[in-house]
Design a protein around this ligand. Structure first.
Ligand code: ZN
Ligand code: FE
Length: 256
């Protein structure tokens, strides 16, 4: 199985997973990069997985469906380019000999879902859309901080070696904020150096993995005093009224 992020639009990745014959793609915000990859590798598109309704994740679905007759799977409660198979937590999607389990992760949007699979003999795969990013998390457009925190806790409880397939290359800007929160987290300092080197030569920083994220991502670390104390010093009133996680997310929204 080959797992690759195809750069799309400004800073999106469309994940493509294939076995040399058949492929699936996740969140195709545009069709062209997918059509080129299918052509280049002589692949048939078997299925399209969609995590949420935003245009930068769905814009290529209609063209790809018509060009390939791939089946489209997406969240049960969001506006989608029809016809799609609608999914809720616990549903399964079988593709390329893998079974993807659907996880409800509201927060970025109200009906956002994620897809998790454990391929035999390989590290688990999580397609998490705009919920969890490397060193960050999605903006709260439709959900509450409590919903997002709950969604991130679900994802964070997956196995350590889970490959985290996020849909944007936001890592360096997320790291700048993460370092403002936890300047003396050595794992974070080291990861920032590593990611800068990757981006200098245009290499994606993704997939990340969950063990690393639990050590460097402030949004998975709000229960730790290193993060909670920093948020408290930044905005004690916010913490008193809304809690650590909501105040951290608010801090990031206005961080320059
Ligand atoms: Zn989005
Ligand atoms: Fe997005």
């Amino acid at each position: 199985m080959t797992l690759t992020p195809l750069p799309a639009l400004t800073d999106n990745y469309i994940w493509i997973l294939h076995n040399g014959r058949e492929a699936l793609v996740v969140d195709p915000g545009e069709a062209q990069p997918v059509l080129e990859a299918l052509e280049r590798e002589s692949l048939t598109l078997h299925s399209i997985l969609v995590t949420h309704h935003h245009g930068d994740h769905t814009g290529g679905v209609q063209v790809l469906r018509e060009a390939t007759s791939a089946k489209v799977y997406g969240p049960a409660h969001e506006k989608m380019p029809e016809p799609i198979t609608r999914l809720v937590e616990g549903d399964r999607v079988n593709a390329l000999g893998l079974e993807f389990i659907v996880i409800d992760v509201p927060g970025h949007t109200a009906g956002h879902i994620a897809f998790f699979a454990e391929p035999r003999g390989a590290h688990p795969i999580l397609f998490c859309g705009d919920t969890l990013f490397s060193a960050g998390c999605g903006r709260l457009f439709e959900g509450t901080p409590a919903q997002m925190l709950d969604s991130l806790q679900k994802l964070s409880s997956l196995p350590d070696d889970t490959r985290l397939c996020c849909t944007h290359e936001y890592t360096l800007s997320n790291l700048r904020f993460a370092l403002a929160v936890e300047p003396s987290n050595q794992a974070l300092v080291d990861y920032d150096v590593h990611c800068r080197a990757l981006r200098t030569v245009g290499t994606p920083t993704l997939p990340s993995n969950l063990l690393l994220e639990r050590n460097i991502n402030p949004f998975l670390r709000t229960h730790l005093s290193s993060v909670a104390d920093a948020v408290q010093s930044h905005d004690a009133v916010g913490v008193a009224s809304a809690g650590v996680f909501a105040t951290l997310r608010q801090w990031k929204n206005t961080f320059q």
